[in-house]
Design a protein around this ligand. Sequence first.
Ligand code: PLP
Length: 362
Amino acid sequence: MSVDTSARVHNFSAGPCILPKEVFEKSAQAVMDLDGSGLSILEISHRSKPFIAIMEKARALVKELLGAPDHYQVVFLGGGASMGFHLVPQNFMRTGGKGAYAHTGEWSKRAIAEAKLAGDAVVVASSEDKNFNYIPKGFTVPKEVDYFHFTSNNTIFGTQYKAFPTSPVPMVCDMSSDIFSRPVNVSDFAMIYAGAQKNMGPAGATMYLFDPGALGKTGRKLSPMMDLANHAAKESMYNTPPVFPVYVIMLTLEWLKGIGGIAEIQKRNAAKAELLYATIDRLPLFEGTTAREDRSEMNATFVLKDKNLEPAFDELWKEAGISGIRGHRSVGGYRASLYNALPLESVKALAEVMEEFAKRNG
Ligand SMILES: *Cc1c(COP(=O)(O)O)cnc(C)c1O
């Protein structure tokens, strides 16, 4: 089966987001017939041999691509990264304990709220004073907390840690919007988690990669559904896993491995971000909204200095087949998401539209 991609738009959506064309093709095929089995991926048992193989491959590819230590575990659960905000204190905070948090935007705010419900959250760094337009640096994490949590890439505000913080306590990171975009030293983290729909698959699954040795220290018995150790012991099959999302994640990770893995995608992402930020900086009509050194390579946020020009600009990029660059409803302006599967050609198309618009309004 082939998918007509000639009519495809340049999709800059922040999530759910663009996936590689061949992933769309293979998953469309598997909906009709999974690898010649006569069954659709939508109707096979999660306990069937073909699906167990898919699950194992997806779990193994996460570790292989990120170079995770052997003893780390991978599970895929429903509930979104937002459920991850809840699972973090459930699994890492002792009863009556504390989690330390870096507060860099909307997602960290929600993570902090969950920690406060479970026990206490200590905010050790925040960029709220400047509406989250930078990444706080040079902060220290106290020793007397159970873990430290931060958000590697702030999807809404367009900031990204270029160097990861260090911590004397287990470090947990929400990498939803830049997972698999650049190298990570996994052993620095007790856990990395990420909703699939920003860079590795469709909505409906969240990936948790963790050191099982960092679990089991809370001093209480967890609900089996909230217990990451339980999900790992059951090889991510304690209950029915998100079968189709896991399949599409597996295909996306296969694609990533096939093009050369993280090293290659990092180069491609850098080229895309460089082109877009250079265009924003060169054209006086536009302005980036974040501190330059903290600019995200995944979500580039910018504004038109003259807001009155927005309707005309919107018309022009829509005409060019561009989609999904309006900023998050809470911040306005524009946000171009440059996730792994977005081709450089799409960024070139956007840059050309911006140049053309500048010419007309210069
Ligand atoms: C989108 C996003 C979330 C929330 O993900 P859901 O799957 O909607 O729960 C959390 N963290 C970050 C960094 C995100 O980009």
